[in-house]
Design a protein around this ligand. Structure first.
Ligand SMILES: [Zn+2]
Length: 556
């Protein structure tokens, strides 16, 4: 029986999608489905989290709160009492997801390949884990019996990080093949689950644009092409081709949403934009040069150990042996991070940075929190943070370029119950610079990026809405941020918006009449957040997850 009053949200996200690629492609008629959404609804820039990284940004998307409340600040956690930093998971998320809230309100929910939804949670419908699901052997499907049903109906059911693993462990051709296969299979999962569950809230995230942007941005960049003749010709369409494939899959879900009864709103967004990197810098090297990080006198000989650990991992990876061993649950590459921590003289070190790349932070070696902390809480901690903040913003590359645009004490950037697990200092780099390696023995502090894959996130991604009540052809409205997506989805489902959410309903995207007939209702005091405490051990899946991070360019 059709129900014209039933309110639904069907959402297909595109990780890393950016207007600098979309606009010219739409102009050339190459993204017909995104173009159709733009013509029939509204699209515009969406501000990511600070910093603009998938882990915290998608968490803000699904919780409606900023990192200070949800507790995810990067792909790695900061645990009190340990220098080990486990990879984040849904267990790191300290605020309820929109899937949980909508389920509790009796709505049917489908979530497919949303980053950080592993381990999957029980919902009124189904959840298929996304980025940071270790591999296809993991229990990443709720309810578990859905796996066999999917295999029967659509064939292969891959984990969505399989292309990443292949980029590093096999070859580019195998990875690209796997990527197109994943796009096809998760689209089939989406179509199947819409039929099976008849959802009120449907969320699916395509992550392949992000992966390809990390891997292949440079090949289509005219500047990079000029500097690297002979390296890009066969790959210059790699990124555009993936955008086209995702647009096609996106279109299939958009078409499907039109077959549903009720008041349907179709939505999209990305978690951040993308752009080239022109500088690489090395925060641990800067901390070493400035006397905040001190190495053991044996560090030079340990450098060999680090080098060996890296070479050994590289060899295992290239030969595919690492994949086999990690699939058997062996912990290997931790050796590299362990070699790094072993090099540091913690009894003299006041500050250190990430043991992986891609993270622009300074951590204080605080007494009582770090296992071998030496900096006292209070005045000493405060004075040290102020000193580092004033100095680090003066960091220069070899050619004199400034690297760090701004540096913040954590309480100046975030607020909320999880502030105690945020990095002590968060830097915001100049848009085109990236902390590429944790190695304190790198030869320089910062240098122009010439080799490698110079592309990283930008603060502005995209949003799009289309359907019941949505303004038409009135795009590029500004002023929205990613935490606005969850309260907007709750409101569109006809539910009250919880008052702990930082985001606001995106009312400007809807017609005045619609807003008058559908006033935002706020629910007060139903959700209580509390500071995270740490119990239990670091997961065994970390090595598989580190491989994914390497493929995305966060680690060497
Ligand atoms: Zn992302």
């Amino acid at each position: 029986m059709s129900d014209n009053k039933r309110k639904r949200v069907i959402f297909a996200g595109i990780d890393g999608a950016t207007f600098s690629i979309i606009d010219p492609m739409i102009a050339e008629g190459k993204l017909p489905n995104l173009a159709a959404m733009q013509n029939n609804g509204t699209m515009g820039p969406l501000l990511s989290t600070n910093p603009p990284n998938s882990s915290l940004a998608w968490t803000s998307f699904m919780t409606g709160v900023h990192p200070g409340k949800h507790g995810v600040f990067f792909f790695r956690e900061q645990r009190h009492g340990s220098y080990q930093r486990p990879v984040v998971s849904l267990e790191s998320v300290q605020a309820p997801t929109v899937f949980k809230l909508a389920s509790a309100a009796g709505k049917k929910v489908v979530s497919i390949t949303m980053p950080l939804t592993f381990p999957v949670e029980e919902v009124n419908g189904c959840m298929i884990g996304g980025l940071l699901t270790p591999d296809r052997a993991s229990d990443f499907i709720y309810p578990p019996e859905l796996r066999a049903e999917l295999e029967e109906a659509i064939g292969d059911v891959p984990a969505d990080n399989e292309p990443e693993i292949l980029f590093h462990s096999a070859n580019e051709a195998a990875a690209i093949k796997s990527m197109y296969h994943v796009i096809e299979q998760i689209t089939r999962m989406g179509e199947y689950c819409i039929d099976k569950y008849d959802p009120d809230l449907f969320v699916l995230v395509f992550r392949q644009v992000d992966l390809t942007s990390h891997q292949a941005w440079c090949y289509q960049d005219p500047e990079w092409q000029k500097a690297n003749p002979g390296k890009w010709e066969s790959r210059q369409n790699m990124l555009a081709d993936v955008y086209t494939a995702v647009d096609d899959a996106f279109g299939r879900l958009r078409d499907k949403s039109k077959t549903l009864d009720g008041q349907v709103v179709f939505g999209t967004c990305s978690d951040h934009g993308f752009g080239p990197i022109t500088y690489r810098y090395y925060m641990n090297k800067w901390l070493l040069d400035n006397g905040y990080l001190v190495l053991k006198s044996s560090a030079q000989s340990m450098k060999r150990k680090l080098w060996l650990a890296k070479k050994w991992n590289g060899l295992l990876r290239r030969t595919g042996i690492l994949r086999i061993l990690t699939a058997r649950g062996r912990k290997l590459g931790g050796g590299q991070e362990q070699a790094l921590t072993d090099m540091i003289d913690w009894s003299k070190t006041r500050a250190y940075s990430s043991f992986s790349g891609g993270e622009d932070i300074v951590l204080i070696n605080l007494k009582g929190r770090e296992p071998e902390g030496i900096v006292n809480e209070g005045d000493e901690y405060e004075a040290l943070r102020e000193e580092i903040i004033s100095k680090v913003t003066e960091m220069r590359a070899l050619d004199g370029a400034k690297i760090i645009a701004r540096a913040f004490k954590r309480e100046d950037l975030w607020e909320g119950e999880q502030l105690h697990i945020a990095p002590d200092i968060q830097c915001i780099t100049k848009e085109t610079a990236c902390n590429m390696s944790p190695n304190p023995l790198h030869s320089v502090v910062a240098e122009p990026a010439v080799e490698g894959r110079p592309a990283m996130h930008r603060p502005h991604g995209i949003y799009g809405w289309e359907g019941e009540g949505v303004v038409k052809k009135d795009h590029r409205k500004t002023g929205f941020q990613i935490a606005d997506m969850a309260p907007t989805m709750m409101h569109l489902l006809g539910l009250e918006v919880d008052d702990h959410m930082d985001g606001k309903v995106m009312l400007d995207c809807f017609e005045e009449e619609y807003n008058q007939n559908n006033p935002v209702a706020i629910r007060e005091g139903a959700v209580t957040l509390s500071p995270r405490s740490f119990e239990g051990n670091v997961g065994d899946d970390d090595e598989k997850l580190l491989e994914t991070m390497r493929a995305l360019g966060y680690m060497e």
